[in-house]
Ligand binder design. Sequence first.
Ligand code: F6R
Length: 613
Amino acid sequence: MCGIVGYIGKASAPSILISGLKRLEYRGYDSAGMAVIEDGKVVITKAPGKVAALNERARNEWPASRFTDSRAGIAHTRWATHGPPTEANAHPHADQSGGIALVHNGIIENYRPLRTRLEAKGHLFLSETDTEVLSHLVGDCYQGDLFQAVCDALHQVEGTFGIAVISATEPGRIITARRGSPIVIGVGDGESIIASDASAIISHTRQVIYLEDNDIAIVTADHVEIRDLNRVPVTREVAELGFDAEAAEKGGFEHFMLKEIHEQPDALRNAIRGRLDFNLGTSVLSGMGTSPRDLAEVQRVILLGCGTSLHAGLVGEYAFEDLADTHAEVHQAAEFRYRNPLVNRSDLVVAISQSGETADTLAAVREANQKGAFVMGLCNVVGSTIARETGRGVYLHAGPEISVASTKAFTCQVAVLLMMALKLGRGRRFSRDEGMRLAREIEAIPTLVEQVVAQSDAISRIAKSYADNEHAFFIGRGYLYPVALEGALKLKEISYIHAEGYHAAELKHGPIALLVDGTPVIALANDVPGKDKTLGNVEECRARGARILGIITSGDHEAAAAMDDVIEVPACHPLVATIPTAVALQLLAYHIARHRGCEIDQPRNLAKSVTVE
Ligand code: F6R
């Protein structure tokens, strides 16, 4: 999704802006631009497409001195919402005078009436964007103090924003503000960097300040002053970033996605480490902030998420019901606040989000808070908005996930949900011994995943023979049904093969009409309860000519005999089996996409963090 970088300090602003934008590329975008202050003027350059195209344009069109001498500027990668990804619609946008430039993430909902009002005053707009309206509004409010102008403008807008603004007449400062769209300020030595995501900051400094909603900051090279929109000073802590720049690089892998698949044993170890108590046969998740008595009062668990996080929630639903005897339900987060959900004080609401910034999940969190539920976050990105707004929860500790397609976040989400279910279950039905046994199964997850990751080359060979198909079906039942959905999502998003996930029993209720000779059906037929029925469904597909790729338990000859091809995953607890099985499907999707020559880390039309509704 859109990315913001701003720089003010002693170094070349354009070079730092470009390298910052490159670090945000993983979020997905379709045009880019930057603005710097030079000799009392704001100079803006934009380009549709990649950051490399913007860099090339600036290098070709700008005098070399602008690169060496400019000390302040703002830049942006845009993911189109209002108007197509053209140069005109790309950010930064100037105001009517051309002396102010602004970059913006989020959506200004009342931009149409604002635009009409400004047009009546003689403003001319060059783009279709809501952002240009905001920059004109700031210009309209400007009376010699950019900070005051931004405050006055933001009082008039409805919607969400993370912004950075510069003015030709105030070259020594950048004004930045947020409401619903993250802004982080890196505090360096004689330099400050503003970004929508800490990845753009980490190579400069680890000292950061996270803005809260309705904060507005005056940022200079050596000072950050934060106020609210009424100019009242507020205090925000300086935090220390916990991951380093190298961790965000590819580390020798061809794609971030492959690196992140391979990182899973370690990511899972980090997610599990110190959280299992083998003496008491339970888990220790202090971030949940719950006493055994609090947990005893929980009557229902509501899991919220989108996309891959929604699928993790579906596995969690089974886990809470089976392990903790607790009624659980999953809600697609975007729908939650529109259906007037019945939520009460005895509900435990778990918001699942890798980025912690997904707008729909955040809105659902706010709805659940309104209804008085006990809300917690299950996020990967530390300090993200959902993590902060829930105020309690469990971090995944999976490390930065750069590839747009989520992999290690999913398996860590499932592992953490299993630990949450163990904790709840221990207070309800598990004896100490049963709890200890499940804790041992969870502890073994990283080793199980290692055994699947080691098969990457073999899976690549199988993948090659499926790479020319344009359709595929994934089937599973029980705990493996959500994994079938996730397998189909992974394949479709990175290979552009039309893939559908179904409950194994559901195909015969309609979709089986689509099976013709050679249609791939990926059957999750691990040796867990329900396997025999899934094998029956496999026969139904085979009878229609489908080609069956089975994910089976190692050494299961009966299941192997029912398949055309197999990928074996180690035997384990049926709920735990969701994790190695998902990893096998991640590798399958990755290798199919690679054989098809797809742009794996940044699939078309997709963004890493979806901060619009
Ligand atoms: C798919 C994928 C998306 C995200 C979804 C939610 O591979 O990455 O479906 O899972 O956009 O994102 P988070 O987890 O950041 O809330």
